[in-house]
Design a protein around this ligand. Structure first.
Ligand SMILES: NC(=O)c1ccc[n+]([C@@H]2O[C@H](COP(=O)([O-])OP(=O)(O)OC[C@H]3O[C@@H](n4cnc5c(N)ncnc54)[C@H](O)[C@@H]3O)[C@@H](O)[C@H]2O)c1
Ligand SMILES: [Zn+2]
Length: 337
């Protein structure tokens, strides 16, 4: 392993590192006392990871649910998993959230190793220990803070991602660059460095605010309207692509409110270019102002007011109550794509 990051956590410290070969990933599967959960598409695309004992799960928001939890827990009880059992999770953010949640409640917590296979999971969701499932139409409303014991990144997994999922991961990298006030340094030719940069930035914030009480909230940049658009599109928009739109909306709102957004044009032009490169088509109904506002109000982080992370040359929280500015930002963002 190389590029190792040791991450401090009040739950339990953990370690992240990179490997260069798929053989190194194979070593994690089916060791004694191990149960491996693997994403259906990864299972099909990487035959060398297939084992008769692996539990293959489809990846969709629908499985991040009560029934998905029951399915995972049933498998654990059938296999007589106990406090000594180690789970291995090979997949994207969906499997991470679901199996991580189950690992946190089974026997009041069993160990799991996380092997993220999407760019979004490698650069962002794998660290921070958040696990979650959806409930009653509310995204990620049930969850725990429960980090894996180890995170192993094989960055070549991303070579088999669909364009939409690749650009979804790039969406979070785009967010990290705006937050760090360095949009001009976004370099898609060197994805490995982009992954490491995102992880370093996020783990630095986690070292000061693991449980979302202060600074970690800034990582929610682009997510207020990003999450709402995911919901209004009925999850047709992958998470990170919705975040790209959300970042552009927030950028426009900041400028209309009178903040000086130094790299405004570059942020918007980059967002438009990235979104278009994903080849995902958007629909005007997803941008309906009343629907989006309703969804943001029912968000778990909502306090009843529209609180957003904005960025001028650094991130800050702002209660936005000028809805005509919000409406204009939504319209301009839709029309720019
Ligand atoms: N826990 C957190 O901190 C956190 C942060 C951000 C997002 N999330 C959650 O993560 C989820 C999104 O994660 P995601 O974008 O990784 O989605 P995902 O796990 O659904 O994966 C996206 C698609 O890529 C496929 N796939 C996975 N790896 C592949 C590979 N190597 N090659 C080809 N196809 C592959 C999957 O089967 C799926 O169809 C959302 O549910 C979101 O709420 C969690
Ligand atoms: Zn995100």
């Amino acid at each position: 392993m190389h590029n190792i990051l040791d991450i401090k956590s009040k739950v339990s410290d953990y370690r992240l590192g990179f490997v260069d070969t798929i053989e190194e990933i194979e070593q994690y599967i089916n060791q004694p006392n191990t149960i491996t959960f693997i994403d259906e598409n990864v299972h099909l695309l990487y035959p060398s990871l297939q084992r008769p004992d692996n539990i293959v799960l489809p990846s969709s928001e629908a499985i991040k649910s009560y029934t998905g939890v029951a399915r995972v827990l049933q498998n654990l009880t059938e296999r007589r998993a106990n406090i000594q059992t180690k789970l291995v999770v090979i997949g994207g953010g969906v499997l991470q959230d679901l199996v991580g949640f189950c690992a946190s409640v089974y026997c009041r917590g069993i160990d799991y190793t996380l092997i993220p296979t999407t760019l979004l999971a490698q650069t962002d969701s794998c660290v921070g220990g958040k696990t979650s499932i959806n409930f009653e139409g509310k995204k990620n409303i049930l969850g725990t803070f429960y980090p894996p014991t180890e995170i192993v990144i094989y960055s070549r997994f991303i070579e088999t991602l669909s364009k939409a999922d690749l650009y979804s991961g790039i969406g979070e990298i785009y967010k990290f660059h705006i937050l760090q006030h360095k949009i001009s340094e976004l370099n898609l030719q060197d994805i490995d460095s982009m992954i490491i940069d995102g992880l370093r930035y996020k783990t630095d914030i986690l070292s000061r605010d693991e449980f979302d009480k202060g600074e970690r909230k800034f990582l929610n940049y682009g997510h207020t309207f990003g999450h709402a658009l995911e919901t209004s599109s009925n999850n047709q928009l992958p998470h990170g692509l919705a975040v790209i739109l959300g970042c552009m909306i927030a950028t426009r709102i900041a400028q209309s409110l009178g903040y000086v957004v130094e790299h405004f044009d570059q942020i918007i032009n980059t967002g438009v270019a990235l979104f278009r490169a994903s080849d995902v088509a958007i629909e005007s109904e997803w941008f309906d102002f009343d629907t989006l506002l309703e969804i943001t109000k029912s968000d778990k982080k909502s306090t009843g007011e529209l609180t957003m992370v904005l960025v001028d040359n650094k991130p800050f929280l702002e209660i936005v109550n000028n809805f005509s500015i919000v409406q204009k930002a939504l319209k301009e963002t839709y029309e720019s794509i």
